[in-house]
Structures are given as structure tokens and as C-alpha cells.
Design a protein around this ligand. Structure first.
Ligand SMILES: CC(C)(COP(=O)(O)OP(=O)(O)OC[C@H]1O[C@@H](n2cnc3c(N)ncnc32)[C@H](O)[C@@H]1OP(=O)(O)O)[C@@H](O)C(=O)NCCC(=O)NCCS
Length: 175
């Protein structure tokens, strides 16, 4: 369990620790440019930090997006990272739950994610074939494009996910 961990919105002073966190959690993937762009887009992006003694040990971002052409608001979850030494204590799960709360509070009833179905399936995410990702995903990644409709919300109409600037890089969608 992670009872001495609190979940809070990210603060400006967290940035160096978050950069170190992403280097450690994704040693083979450079997500720093994405992280920085997300932290600098507070109108579109909410960040939650799992902190111990105010030091971040985990982070998740939630980006407000729209499904085109209808323009219905939805959320995109990710990236999600927990320091290796703090993994498998439920922190990732708490961050995902915090992201769901943030989505609900923002009136965004559906959450999309591009990630490992073996992990995200435990939260209720399932493969999504109705809303296309903003860039084509390689065939062997198709199962990684998932969505979850929050309780009481209606699924969005079919369409294509329209994302704000931090996510408009093809490489982010075909790693
Ligand atoms: C994925 C990640 C955020 C999970 O954080 P966490 O705090 O360890 O998550 P939790 O403690 O809530 O859940 C851990 C469980 O998820 C499982 N898990 C972690 N990554 C998994 C994966 N890719 N596929 C399947 N299961 C996975 C663990 O085995 C563990 O299962 P168990 O409890 O049955 O033993 C963390 O492992 C991480 O930062 N990984 C590197 C970065 C990454 O891959 N991020 C996600 C993609 S954006």
C-alpha cells in the first residue's frame, strides 16, 4: 500500500523532479519534450502528482480533447509514470483514479489512452474502434488504443480525436 503518499495537482516547482522521474521510468523513451509541453499547457492539461514528503514519486497527465467533427469533449490519459523504486504499491492505480476524478470534474465523460491493455484493462479500459486516434497507429499497436466511459456518461459519437498542440507529433503515436 502507499498510505504515506498523497495525490495533488502538480506545482511549478515539481518540474525538475518530474523530469528525473520520466528519465527513470522511461529509460528507453524520451518523453521529456512531451512532459514539458504538457506542463506548459495548463488550459488543456491537468497534472496530478503522487508525492511523498512533497517529493513527486509518480505523475499522470490528463488532456482535454475533442472528438471531431461533432466537437464532443473527452479526455486523453497519459503519460503515466511511477519511480521504479515506488512501483507495484498501488500508486499508478491511485493516479489513474485521480485522473478519472479530474475528467469527471471537467465534464469529460470518456477517457482515451494509448497504452498496454494488460495494465489499463484493469481499470475498465477496452479497445476503441469508434474514435480514431489523431495519427495512424501501427497495426500491432491497435489493441493499445483504448477508451473508458465514466459511470453515468454517454459514449462520444464516432469520429477522430482532435488533440491540442503537445500531442500533435506523429512520433508520439507510433513509437
Ligand atoms: C505502469 C506504471 C505507471 C504502473 O505503476 P505502479 O505504481 O507500479 O502501478 P500499480 O501499483 O497501481 O499496479 C501495479 C500492477 O500493474 C502491473 N503492471 C505494471 N506495468 C504493467 C504492464 N505494462 N502490463 C501489465 N501489468 C503491468 C504490475 O505487475 C502490478 O501488478 P500486480 O499488482 O498484479 O503485481 C509503472 O510501472 C511505470 O511507471 N512504468 C514505466 C512507465 C510506463 O510504462 N508507463 C505507462 C505507459 S504511459
Amino acid at each position: 500500500m502507499s498510505t504515506d503518499i498523497s495525490i495533488r495537482p502538480a506545482a511549478a516547482g515539481d518540474r525538475p523532479a518530474l523530469e528525473a522521474l520520466y528519465r527513470a521510468a522511461f529509460p528507453e523513451e524520451d518523453l521529456l519534450a512531451l512532459l514539458r509541453a504538457l506542463l506548459e499547457a495548463p488550459d488543456d492539461v491537468q497534472s496530478r502528482v503522487a508525492a511523498r514528503d512533497s517529493e513527486p514519486v509518480g505523475h499522470v497527465a490528463l488532456t482535454a480533447c475533442r472528438v471531431a467533427p461533432a466537437g464532443v469533449g473527452v479526455a486523453l490519459l497519459g503519460p503515466l509514470a511511477v519511480l521504479p523504486a515506488w512501483q507495484r504499491r498501488g500508486i499508478g492505480g491511485r493516479l489513474v483514479a485521480a485522473a478519472f476524478e479530474a475528467a469527471e470534474a471537467a465534464g469529460l465523460g470518456t477517457v482515451f489512452v494509448l497504452g498496454d491493455p494488460a495494465y489499463y484493462g484493469r481499470f475498465g479500459f477496452g479497445a476503441d474502434a469508434h474514435v480514431a486516434p489523431p495519427y495512424p497507429i501501427p497495426d500491432d499497436w491497435r489493441e493499445a488504443w483504448q477508451s473508458l466511459v465514466l459511470p453515468g456518461a454517454a459514449p462520444p459519437p464516432a469520429g477522430t480525436l482532435a488533440v491540442p498542440a503537445p500531442w500533435r507529433r506523429r512520433a508520439l503515436w507510433a513509437p
